[in-house]
Design a binder for this molecule. Sequence first.
Ligand code: ZN
Length: 186
Amino acid sequence: MPTFTIRTYGDPVLRQRAAEVTDIDASLVQLVDGMVDALYAASGLAVAAPQVGVEKRLFVYDLNDEKGPQTLINPVIEESGEEPWTYDEGCLSVPGLYFTIVRPKDVLVSGLDIDGNEVRIEASELMGRMLQHEIDHLDGTLLLEHLQPAQRKAGLRILRERQVTDRRPAKGDPITIDPEGQIVDD
Ligand code: ZN
C-alpha cells in the first residue's frame, strides 16, 4: 500500500483539474487504501486524490458515522439547493486555518462507489459541505477561492508569514477567520 503525505498550499498539484477515473482496478483499490490511511493519520473528514499528489477524480471520506470509510469516484454535483449554509470550513491542505464560508446547504451528487455501482447522494449541512469541498479539489480549487476579499487577504497573509518562518499554529489551536478578515475568538 502506498504511504502518502498530504500536499499543502503552494503545491501545484492542488491547482490541477484531475482526470476521470476510467478503470476501477486493483491499483485504484490500493490507491484508495492509501488515501484512507492518510485520512486517518491526518484526523480529517475527507481526502481527495490530488491532496496525495494523484490527479484522479475520486475522494475518500468518513464522517465518523457507522458507515466507516467511503469512496466516491467521478463525482458530479447534479443540483445545488438555494438555501445558504454558513460553516467554519477547514482543509487538510491549508492546515490550522478555518474560514467562515457560505455555500449551498443542500446538494445532490452522483458518482460511482468503489465497486463501480452508480450512487446518488442527497446531502445537507456538513455532508453537503464536505462533498462540495472535495469536488472542488478535483477541479483544482481550494477553499481560499471561496473567501470574501478581506478574509482572503487575512488568510493569505498568515500563509505567507508561515512560509517565511515555517511557524504553524500548535495542533488543537486553529485559527478561524471571518468574512471581514477578523480572527474569531471562540
Ligand atoms: Zn480540502
